[in-house]
Write a protein that binds this ligand. Structure first.
Ligand code: SF4
Length: 558
């Protein structure tokens, strides 16, 4: 007997084309670990964390020119180091120059604080590093880092030595790794706290930060953990967030969110609908980061964040994989967080649960500098305050101020460039690094935002008093959204614009974004105002018009 084989045909009777094998996405558990691009190659060839040993033994002695390319432009990030932009290159040339033509021989350095308390000793060390190695620069970033500029590679061993004396580090402050954690600035001290997340953050850091098994992720991995009802860690836009909730039967614990992230394809994180106890939280964090490591997409870097996997899987499948493959047990269902009780920047004077006070103060767009950090250390000691923490809104919160010394502290902050009584605009404006130091920037941000704040303080004093809700202004130097452009009432995205045939620095406008901890009940992404591009010199005029119209025309509760 013979067997007849038939050739598959398409609808028109032609021989059908063989089905295409889908391209691998670089998911380790599905496609294997063969690198699909140069980034993946260098991470496998030389484990990124090992570069610190080369910095200390070789590069710090032999200087900038001795640094291997994959270390300089790749692995250095795992220790918080990026080359900074050469001064004087205008934003119109950002896209046309090669990266090495844009970069200087100095570094930006990030020190992670992970929501920890900074004692006067720690503040003094941070200030000293700025003065001795960073030309006095130091910014509070919106990820609670201290960011320096002008750092030379020769200084790194001494910087690490000093940081180590006060328990601070730059480990995985950048790179495809678990970046700095956002923690509540009032953890453990606020009287209205649902749960103190400090032990959870400490335990995750102790077990997992610096773990080589978690140092080659598809992309960065951002964490936020807070048990404060002001929802003060922008939980909607992190890869993983644990948000304090009260379970009706099980007590205080956390609601788990995954897959948030902004940049060029913004997505708010989603709840998995589970309740996580404080004891379980480190293992749950470890499960989620390993899902990202094992299943995250590695073929294209612009599709590699966890949000893309979550989009394809959906929260139900994500939860199932977490429970069955990584935890080995099911998590109970849990409630969502309640709406934010008040703004999560903690600005102003507030009573602690122990009768002392905490005081939130605003620098201008996060700029503090070494002198401010050292001066703050002296001030804390002189009034008997305990410590300071940084916020996700580029602010500083002083903790443990005795009741009878609060006024002295508040007055003492002013000459340091910090104020506990900021204007509406100073309080609610943040800005990314921008063209001063960032190689990707197209326009200036910090100076522009500082000028706009000063202008608006003059022009809109009266309107500010009528507004019972903050109006947030987030200024970004390029489309990357480090300053969370899509989550602000007014978000500005830097670009070169053309006005009457002339090219100039300007901004595209996004309106109507919000996060739950910024005086809104729930987060939502803003929309691009099509066709609206404002020259950098006219931003104050534009914001003034928007605020005047909003103040005059808004309806009740709007
Ligand atoms: Fe640099 Fe752009 Fe990020 Fe600003 S948003 S810090 S310009 S990459």
């Amino acid at each position: 007997m013979t067997t007849q084989t038939t050739t598959p045909q398409d609808a028109a009777g032609r021989p059908a084309r063989p089905a295409r094998t889908p391209k691998p996405n670089g998911q380790w558990k599905i496609d294997g670990t063969t690198p699909l691009n140069h980034n993946e190659e260098f991470k496998q060839e030389g484990p990124p964390l090992e570069v610190r040993e080369r910095i200390e033994s070789t590069y710090a002695h032999e200087g900038f020119d001795s640094i291997a390319d994959d270390d300089l432009h790749g692995r250095f990030r795992w220790w918080g180091l990026y080359t900074q932009r050469k001064p004087g290159i205008d934003g119109g040339r950002t896209a046309t120059l090669e990266p090495h033509e844009l970069e200087d021989r100095y570094f930006m350095l990030r020190v992670r604080t992970d929501g920890a308390e900074l004692t006067p000793d720690a503040l003094r060390v941070l200030g000293g590093i700025s003065e001795d190695f960073g030309r006095g620069t130091a910014d509070v970033t919106d990820r609670q880092n201290i960011q320096y500029h002008w750092i030379e590679i020769e200084s790194m061993p001494e910087i690490w030595r000093r940081l180590d004396t006060v328990g601070l580090e730059t480990t995985t402050a950048c790179g495809d790794s678990p970046r700095a954690f956002l923690g509540s600035p009032v953890a453990g001290i606020a009287s209205d706290e649902i749960i103190d997340a400090t032990p959870v953050i400490d335990e995750i850091k102790r077990r997992f930060i610096g773990d080589p098994a978690l140092a080659n992720l598809p992309r960065k991995f951002k964490t936020a953990i807070s048990g404060h009802p002001s929802l003060d860690v922008v939980h909607e836009i992190n890869d993983i967030s644990l948000v304090g909730v009260e379970h009706p039967e099980r007590g205080a614990g956390f609601d788990l969110w995954v897959g948030g992230g902004l940049s060029t394809a913004p997505r708010l994180g989603e709840r998995l609908g589970v309740f996580v106890t404080a004891d379980q939280a480190p293992d749950v964090w470890h499960g989620v980061i390993r899902i990202f490591r094992d299943y995250g997409y590695r073929r294209l870097r612009n599709k590699a964040r966890l949000k893309f996997l979550l989009k394809d899987w959906g929260p139900e499948k994500f939860r199932e994989v977490l429970e069955t493959e990584y935890l080995g047990y099911a998590l109970p269902d849990g409630p969502p967080p309640a709406p934010a009780t008040r703004p999560g920047d903690h600005v102003g004077v507030h009573e602690q649960k122990d009768g002392d006070f905490y005081v939130g103060a605003a620098p201008v767009v996060g700029r503090v500098g070494g002198g401010t950090l050292t001066g703050l250390a002296d001030l804390l000691e002189s009034v008997g305050a305990r410590s300071a923490r940084l916020t996700a809104h580029q602010k500083v919160v002083v903790l443990g101020v005795p009741a009878d010394r609060v006024d002295e502290l508040v007055d003492g902050l002013e000459p340091l460039g910090l104020t506990a009584r900021p204007s509406l605009f100073r309080r609610n404006t943040i800005a990314c690094t921008g063209i001063e130091f960032c190689k990707l920037a197209i326009v200036d941000t910090k100076d522009t935002a500082a000028r706009v704040i000063a202008e608006l303080e003059q022009r809109l004093d009266e309107q500010a008093e009528q507004l019972d809700r903050p109006i947030s202004l987030n200024v970004n130097g390029c489309p990357n959204s480090c300053a969370r452009i899509q989550t602000a009432d007014i978000g500005l995205k830097g670009q070169i614009i053309t006005v009457d045939g002339e090219q100039m620095p300007g901004f595209q406008v996004h309106l109507g974004g919000s996060l739950a901890g910024q005086g809104h009940d729930a987060g939502g992404l803003g929309r691009t105002v099509r066709g609206l591009k404002i020259p950098a010199t006219e931003i104050a005029d534009y914001v003034e018009r928007v605020v005047r119209r909003y103040a005059a025309d808004r309806t009740d509760g709007e």
